[in-house]
Design a protein around this ligand. Sequence first.
Ligand SMILES: NC(=O)C1=CN([C@@H]2O[C@H](COP(=O)(O)OP(=O)(O)OC[C@H]3O[C@@H](n4cnc5c(N)ncnc54)[C@H](O)[C@@H]3O)[C@@H](O)[C@H]2O)C=CC1
Ligand SMILES: O=C([O-])CC(=O)C(=O)O
Length: 252
Amino acid sequence: MITVGLLGCGNIGRVIAAGQENFKITAVYDVVPARVEAFGKEFDAKPFSDFTAFLAEPTDIIVEAASVLAATEHAQEVLEAGKDIVIMSVGALADIEYRSRLIETARQLKRKIHIPSGAIMGLDNISIGQISRIDKFVLRTTKNPASLAREATERTQLFSGKAHDCVRQYPKNTNVAESLSIACGRDVDVELWMDPNEDRNMHEIFFEGEFGEAYIRVRNLPSPDNPATSYLAALSILTLLKNLDNPLVIGA
Ligand SMILES: NC(=O)C1=CN([C@@H]2O[C@H](COP(=O)(O)OP(=O)(O)OC[C@H]3O[C@@H](n4cnc5c(N)ncnc54)[C@H](O)[C@@H]3O)[C@@H](O)[C@H]2O)C=CC1
Ligand SMILES: O=C([O-])CC(=O)C(=O)O
């Protein structure tokens, strides 16, 4: 049985906890003390309000499902404690210097940093961008204004530019832009739209290069507990955890 320390007892944390099978969440940490206590009681995990004590608890892997800030503050410490980490708030890796430092630490200590596919599909073969010529890569994300905690009466563009800048400005909504950039090895172009007539979280990927061309469109249902987060993102991290001890590795 794989033992998991969960950083973040919110929407994704709850989906993971409800789906435990080959892994057991034994320790939980959150900045909101009442939330971590209630979560610990409900899912039979030891609650922590002190990160150092949480990390000292014997667990095989730490799962971050909290915020870009949490991933930025704690990922290095987790690796240095000799543990693997799953990072959901991928925007933390938009800082190239920080990302390089994390990868170097993981390499030296023979640890793994797992990035779930999250709210999109296609990350597997998009990584051919690391070895093959790419001519065009655009992510167009469209969400209902409510998912962006805004109001709008018509389709409005909020951002056009590079992934690194987008995820810095919208850390709760565009982590996928950073996942795509890491996968294909370049800072991808991003458009972020809000549309009152779109009730789903839509991600469109336009990808052209030496291989040919691809168009991927995902229209996700928002999570019931957090409309900013697609339900697919929670399912994705749960699937990653269920496959951690699977000897058969599928996909690029
Ligand atoms: N990679 C991807 O494709 C996707 C990533 N995400 C990201 O996943 C993360 C979790 O999403 P949800 O569960 O929906 O969010 P949520 O807001 O429902 O839950 C986050 C939990 O983490 C806690 N938290 C926040 N900052 C913290 C910190 N510094 N230290 C400890 N606890 C902290 C909060 O109190 C809350 O309980 C978010 O950063 C979100 O942006 C969401 C969707 C897709
Ligand atoms: O859940 C989604 O649709 C995407 C998202 O919020 C993110 O990438 O941070």
